[in-house]
Design a protein around this ligand. Structure first.
Ligand SMILES: [Zn+2]
Length: 165
């Protein structure tokens, strides 16, 4: 009888799955994988979808299932947890830094973001290239619902920002 991996090893395996839209970040760092439970030959993975409008959620689900199954589990259950809703606060600080290096302005902390602050959000988005706050929004929808397109008024380069939710 083969020995099945423990939860820690399952977490490690899942951390090798890149986010389909942002390949520099894995699905664990994104905060998508919430819980791993092992009950005998059965593994139960709990996930929280990110932006409801983002494509590739079913792809993430499939990859979670396939990866866990490949570790030797006879049965893999992927549960979707909708409450509490996913927050960009769940993205690890290391991953946010990698986003910035990748050229995407990382999401800002959600705490205290109300009313006028939301309106100021565009002005406060920092250029990931030169660090300038002198940026404007070009298109709030961007290539996907998760990202917005901005342009830096200092280095004149367009860049994407990860929406804060
Ligand atoms: Zn710039």
């Amino acid at each position: 009888m083969t020995t099945l991996p423990n939860t820690e090893q399952v977490w490690e395996a899942l951390a090798r799955i890149p986010d389909p839209e942002i390949p520099v970040i894995n699905v664990v760092e994104m905060g998508i994988v919430r819980d791993v439970q092992i009950e005998g030959p059965r593994a139960i993975i709990s996930m929280t979808p990110t932006f409801s409008g983002c494509p590739a959620l079913h792809l993430i689900r499939e990859q979670l299932e396939e990866t866990t199954r490949s570790l030797g589990f006879a049965e893999v259950v992927v549960k979707t947890i909708l409450s509490p809703p996913w927050s960009t606060d769940w993205i690890t600080p290391e991953a946010k830094e990698r986003l910035r290096q990748y050229g995407i302005a990382p999401p800002k902390p959600t705490a205290g973001q109300e009313g006028v602050l939301i309106q100021l959000e565009a002005a406060l988005t920092r250029c990931p290239r030169c660090g300038s706050f002198n940026t404007s929004v070009k298109n709030t929808f961007g290539p996907t619902l998760c990202k917005a397109i901005h342009v830096c008024n200092d280095c004149k380069e367009p860049f994407e920002s990860f929406k804060t939710v």
